[in-house]
Design a protein around this ligand. Structure first.
Ligand code: SF4
Ligand code: SF4
Length: 154
């Protein structure tokens, strides 16, 4: 499990997309070397398909079609996960990083890991409201509650 990250994601508003986060993780894995990521021989890594920071080409998919991917417990080959998203690949990677445990992956406390927001394989993006939008929403709720207290119109 990683314990340090030279390029931690700052806050939610600056959070990269899953595929960009995956790319950053691969660069971290290769000490920042793009060439290292490009030449990564670990085709069993769930992130390998997306390591260039974009969806895999047919050639890249073909290269892992017969490879059994981590975590090995799932017994999935590259062909089995051909249509998988970067998000799902991150989820698989985090389970592997957590010793095969979904529970441990969910509970991961390494918040400076680029993959942390996406460790469950689900989007960590939430809509960010401005103060004005928040105030307007609160006003709508207040009016709704007031209307409910008045009861139905006679
Ligand atoms: S695909 Fe996996 S092993 Fe290869 S650079 Fe990315 S994280 Fe490292
Ligand atoms: S976020 Fe995922 S890859 Fe990063 S340390 Fe946690 S379990 Fe491992």
């Amino acid at each position: 499990m990683k314990d340090e990250n030279p390029e931690p994601a700052a806050d939610t508003s600056e959070r990269p997309t899953p595929v960009k986060a995956l790319r950053r993780h691969c660069l971290w894995c290769c000490n920042g070397s793009r060439n290292g990521v490009s030449l990564c021989p670990n085709k069993a890594c769930p992130l390998w398909l997306f390591r260039f920071g974009r969806g895999p080409t047919p050639e890249i998919r073909e290269a892992v079609a017969d490879i059994e991917l981590y975590p090995l417990e799932t017994e999935q080959t590259g062909a089995d996960v051909a249509g998988r998203s970067a998000l799902k690949s991150i989820g698989a990677n985090c389970i592997d990083c957590s010793g095969g445990s979904k529970v441990e992956a969910r509970a991961c406390m390494i918040k400076n890991c680029d993959l942390h927001p996406y460790r469950t394989g689900k989007s960590g993006h939430t809509r960010q409201l401005t103060n004005e939008q928040r105030a307007a929403a609160a006003e709508r709720v207040r009016k709704l509650h007031a209307k409910q207290k008045m009861g139905p119109a006679q």
